[in-house]
Structure formats: C-alpha cells, structure tokens
Design a protein around this ligand. Sequence first.
Ligand code: B16
Ligand code: MG
Length: 221
Amino acid sequence: MIQAFIFDLDGVLVDTAKYHYLAWRRLAQSLGFDFTEEDNERLKGVSRMQSLDILLSIGNIQADEKTRHAYAEQKNQWYVEYISRMGRDEILPEADRFVREARESGLKTAIASASKNTPLILERLGIAELFDTVIDGRITSRAKPDPEVFLLAAQALGGEPTACVVFEDAAAGIQAARRAGMYCVGIGSPQQLSQADIVIRTFRGLSPRQILLQLEDIKTN
Ligand code: B16
Ligand code: MG
C-alpha cells in the first residue's frame, strides 16, 4: 500500500529553472560566451558543480578547482538574489493544494531535492509546513540519478521504498526513483519522461486519489 508521496522541488512545486538560467547565463556572459535556454535544459535536476562543468564545456573553458568553486559561488549569489524576491504566486498551479490533500488523506510527504537552497525556497513560498521531512543537497553526497536522496527521504518517513511515489520533472530524477525501487510520476512531456510510471502535465484538477488509482491499475495489469 502506498504510504508516502516524495516531491522534487525545482520543476515540480516551483519553476526556479528560469532563475537558474538567468544566473548561469550571466556567468557565461561574464566569461565571454552565450548560454541558451536549450543549453539550460541539460542542467535540470543536475547538481550545481555538474551544471558548472556542463556550462564550461559549452564555452570551451578550462578552469582549476579553485576557480570552478569561485564561479559556482558567483552564480549562486546571483541565483539567491533572484529567488529571494519570489512569492507564493510562483508555486506551480495547484501544487500546494495537491500536497495538502495528500496529507489530509493520511499520506506522509517529503521534499527530495538536489538544491542546497531548498530552505530559502520553501520559506519564500510559505509551504515548509506541508512536509514531514526535507532531504536536500546540503545532506546528500551523491547526485541523481543516484537514488540516495529518495532512499534517505523514505528512511526519514519510516516507510519502505516500495510504498513511496516520487514526483519528478527531470529524467535523472526519474532514473533515481526507479533505482530506489519507488513508483514515479513524471511532470512534463511524456516523450522526455518515458521512464516514469505515469506522466502528468500539471497538478491542476488532479487529486492524490486519481494518482493512487492509476498506479493500482498499473500494478494489476
Ligand atoms: P542549487 P531539484 C535542482 O533541484 C535543480 O533542478 C538543478 O537545476 C540545480 O542545479 C540543483 O537543484 C542544485 O541547486 O544550486 O540551488 O544547490 O530539481 O532536484 O529540486
Ligand atoms: Mg527538478
């Protein structure tokens, strides 16, 4: 029986990808090259240092360890500037209502995100109290597609991985959920997220019960 819903943050509950993009593009431009929205797609769900390495390879730039950390720090300062101005209106459509309903129906809820800025984002959106536990990039040592973040969330909730459903927008996150032995609902395009058990475009008009029924159908067929 499903006992918990585990939510990725960026791209599932809030669209911070646009702020990551603005900050990465600012860094690229300061280094003398351009960074497109298409390039930014490659960074979704990927850790900060891995994202930097992808960006530097696009600009064909080599940098030593110290310089790489300085670049990442600069990008993060700009990113934090942007997200500090976010408000509740930036919660993705009906995502908070969906989480609230899941809790009311007796499910446990968790955040499992690669972002070290998770506490700031939850505070800006005013949704921290909707989650029993928060596992994020400050705690984990291995990035998605490694299952660590989801396994730690299940452990903190006291549930078996097979009793958890993960909500993810990134292919690497879906892979991580599968490796953790969990069900996975993709948020986005069915073509890009074909490894998920179910793919939805948005939480709009959707109830936790509908998700549970669809997963039940998959199990029995
Ligand atoms: P930060 P998620 C991920 O969050 C983002 O999708 C990814 O673009 C970002 O690089 C990563 O967090 C690290 O974020 O620089 O704030 O620590 O999708 O796992 O919630
Ligand atoms: Mg994400």
